[in-house]
Design a protein around this ligand. Structure first.
Ligand code: NAD
Length: 459
């Protein structure tokens, strides 16, 4: 049995893969991941992991049962481990002051109180969840609220992995960021955590900082990434008015080495559990410090994302003769991005709901996300069908709308699909991934984002 021990509280998209990587790279550590959700823990112990990530099955199998364990015994975990990562969820608050903007810290605070209650020895507590800057101060105040002589060091080590490429991102991170108080104990704790990552991450990629910079950097990184998507999406709207082609514009712009090509693909917009929530969190923080202009600037990133989805629906309506009532529309993809089954904040949820409002019948196809899609659209069963095979999903439909950039959609036999559809047949490519010219030649009317439409109608 390994002597050194690590606990992670929260066995989600971050806790599970991150701890699996640490267990794999640090065989002398015994890594335990605990969660309040027994079904999730049972799934982590089974052959059907609770989340889909390429390479994750193999990674978990390398260490599970050897030095990687999943459990619901939170109290025991806290008692037995002195290094505790916390990666519980921090969703947007849905009630009270800050509703719709601020982070809901109830799971976070509950965890802090549990750590305090069950600790019998000094601990390093590491914020892995994304949190508002200054949360560590609240954590410290809770942990030090009892005069029991136990010392707690609170560190910030935000996770920068992207879903869909989590295993690769964890194995070869651009950087690992560790923030701490700049006291003797804080710096010592920082080094303890840095040594864990140094098992496989080159030292020059392990950044250390003061704790507030670390907390804030995570919010800022997500805000910058989302901002690029919203920026190119505003330009896609202008392209549609001017016959410019957004793909050509983003290529020309992105080849400027000062700008770079990533996150410049125009689309129906960003989704996922983090971008929107983290920007809104940043907006709320700025407003609470009286920085209203700064808050307005970042809030526009989210508003443009909503605008882009509404524009997409209006484009579909306009192209399909201003009525969708009774028409069958296949959504190709429901996950918020390719290579994940995660549908949290997926633009496809908004699009499906808006189509149903227009009285369309929606057929949803996705290789990994149908289970989550059913949950997201619960109560709308009479308007929605779920069909994994895209060919079967499109059968008898009036239109296809591409929602997720799954590679399989690029290589479909669109002639075969076209043959089985109602005519005139439409494709709305919300990710600009399919071959528009080939689909047009097949007979489709093709509408993409930020490019002139290809239609068989006379102008
Ligand atoms: N998903 C991502 O790609 C990503 C990337 C970077 C950072 N983050 C951040 O990491 C954090 C976790 O995100 P996630 O996507 O893994 O969330 P998640 O919802 O998948 O997982 C969180 C887990 O915490 C558990 N939990 C909640 N309260 C608990 C408690 N008191 N004790 C034990 N377990 C508890 C929940 O049951 C859940 O399984 C969030 O702050 C998020 O912003 C997420």
């Amino acid at each position: 049995m390994a002597e050194k021990r690590i606990l992670c509280i929260g066995a989600g998209y971050v806790g599970g893969p991150t701890m699996a990587m640490i267990a794999c790279k640090c065989p002398e550590f015994c890594v335990t991941v605990v969660d309040i959700n027994p079904e999730r823990i049972a799934a982590w112990k089974s052959d059907h992991l609770p989340i889909y990530e390429p390479g994750l099955d193999e990674l978990v199998r390398t260490s599970r049962g050897r030095n990687l364990f999943f459990s619901t015994e939170i109290e025991k975990g806290i008692r037995e481990n002195d290094i505790i990562f916390v990666s519980v969820n921090t969703p947007t608050k849905s009630f009270g002051l800050g509703a719709g903007l601020a982070a809901d810290l109830q799971y976070w605070e509950k965890t802090a109180r549990q750590i305090l209650e069950f600790s019998q020895s000094p601990k390093i507590v590491i914020e892995k969840s994304t949190l508002p800057v200054k949360t560590a101060l609240a954590m410290e105040r809770i942990l030090n609220s009892r005069e029991n002589g136990i010392h707690f060091d609170v560190l910030s080590n935000p996770e920068f992995l992207a879903e869909g490429s989590a295993v690769g991102d964890l194995e070869l991170p651009d950087r690992v960021l560790i923030g701490s108080r700049e006291t003797r104990e804080g710096l010592q704790a920082r080094e303890t955590i840095a040594e864990i990552y140094a098992h496989w991450v080159p030292r020059e990629r392990i950044l250390t900082s003061n704790i507030w910079s670390s907390e804030l950097s995570k919010l800022v990184a997500n805000a910058f990434l989302a901002q690029r998507i919203s920026s190119i999406n505003t330009i896609s709207a202008l392209c549609e008015k001017t016959e410019a082609n957004v793909a050509e514009v983003s290529c020309a712009v992105g080849m400027d080495s000062r700008i770079g090509p990533k996150f410049l693909n125009a689309s129906i917009g960003f989704g996922g559990s983090c971008f929107k929530k983290d920007i809104l969190n940043l907006v709320y923080l700025c407003r609470s410090y009286g920085l209203n202009e700064v808050a307005d600037y970042w809030e526009m990133v989210v508003r443009i994302n909503d605008y882009q989805q509404e524009r997409f629906i209006q484009g579909m309506l306009g192209a399909m003769f201003n009525t969708l009532a009774g028409k069958k529309i296949a959504l190709f993809g429901f996950a918020f991005k390719a290579n994940t089954g995660d549908t949290r904040e997926s633009p496809a949820i908004t699009i499906a709901r808006r189509l149903i409002e227009e009285r369309a019948i929606v057929v949803i196809s996705d290789p990994q996300a149908l289970k989550n899609a059913r949950r997201d659209l619960a109560g709308l069963e009479e308007h929605v069908h779920y069909v994994e095979d895209p060919y079967a999903a499109a059968e008898g439909c009036h239109a296809i709308a591409v929602m997720t950039e799954w590679a399989i959609y690029k290589d479909l036999d669109f002639q075969k699909i076209y043959n089985g559809m109602e005519k005139p047949a439409f494709i709305f490519d919300g990710r600009n991934i399919i071959d528009h010219r080939a689909c047009f030649d097949t007979g489709f009317n093709v509408f993409s984002i930020g490019k002139p439409p290809l239609t068989h109608f006379e102008r």
